[in-house]
Design a protein around this ligand. Sequence first.
Ligand code: AMP
Ligand code: GLY
Length: 431
Amino acid sequence: MEKLLKVLIIGSGGREHAFARKVNESPLVDKIFLAPGNGGTETEFTNLPIEASHFEQLRDAILSLKIKLVIVGPEQPLVDGIIDYFQNQEDTWLKEVVFVGPDKACAALEGSKDFSKQIMKEAGIPTAKATVFDASDWEELQTYILNHALPVVIKADGLAAGKGVAVCSSHQEALDFSRSVLKDKVFGEANQSLLVEEFLDGIEVSMFTLSDGVHYQLLPEAKDYKRIFDQDMGPNTGGMGSVSPVWFVDEVFVEKVKSRIINPLFNTLNSKGLSYKGFLFIGIMKVGNDPFVVEFNVRMGDPETQTVLARIHGDLVPALMSISHQNLDQFPLTFDKEAATTIVLCAENYPDTPIKGDEIVLSEQVEGQIFHAGTKRNEEKIWSNGGRVISCTATGYNLKTASERAYRLVKNVKFRGMQYRTDIGLDLMAS
Ligand code: AMP
Ligand code: GLY
């Protein structure tokens, strides 16, 4: 078969590196570009020195390189309307390009927690009860918090680089966090309001769909480990590791997620003239035996993507391309029965102010995959260049084997100050 397709992946993390490898397996794909990519994608694929926020430069690159498929990795450009920007272009080539990601109106599911709650309320989707406040409600907010049961969850309304949520075990902590959002504006002007939310006590799992606006397919579920230290201690991070499958996501649970969450969500969006295209990440809390939505993200997770893609069989590209003709139902994805584990290797002082510029030494790997994130190349060497530096993914016939292999891979990576969790997946193996 003739390889024709040129693909652009927007972003620079382990998620984007994993997408590039998966897409590269396709016999349809000729060349893969990343904007801006990282030190790993630079030698394996082709990096373009364009940031995800520079829509015009991306447009010029798509036209000059004759790109046909664009995968938008991170949320910020989606929330900022990258899809709408390209939809509004007159160019005939651009009209044929397939973009994987929702438009701005749908991306508000992640861009505004208030919007997301309103949609869930209208759709009857089970989620924690929440009340919205802005700075002008300060007195009322204080009283509300002081009378709220503990723990109480405070969520900045807009994007906050994964730091906008505080699960507070005291009223003082909740007041302090609220003040930092509304008065000190630590997450910027995009966060004019916050939600005070009921605490959901349960086990978390992330589920994912790919949708063409009419049909959707469920991808393998994953569990993400958000805290920096073992046993879920320390501050939240972007994600320190992930595993799939998660034992309690059986047929009955999946059916509940479809009938109580996914179907009502897409129906409600459709009733407003909104059609969701691309990946949707559903953060779920299992309370008792029932799924409750903690959050929607309008893209795949990092490091969940590394784990989830390792379990998807065959060619992802026809399913992605089907978004243009809305015939995703004709390209069913199949999953491996095998398990997968990803371990994230971070820089010293992550998640605060990670120390960059340490040389990374990679030795020959035997099995599994090493993905780059915060890395760059200089003088033939690789250097750390961000908080989450590398991720190691492996599969196995069960979680124990997959995790053992992933931890064996970790031994092939060395850099000063490297830190990682040693308990990824352990809680799920014990169950
Ligand atoms: P979010 O950014 O909304 O996913 O929140 C970050 C993390 O905070 C989640 O992954 C949960 O661990 C926790 N969280 C958020 N909302 C709640 C809630 N209502 N109850 C318990 N934990 C929550
Ligand atoms: N790992 C969590 C996220 O990608 O949002």
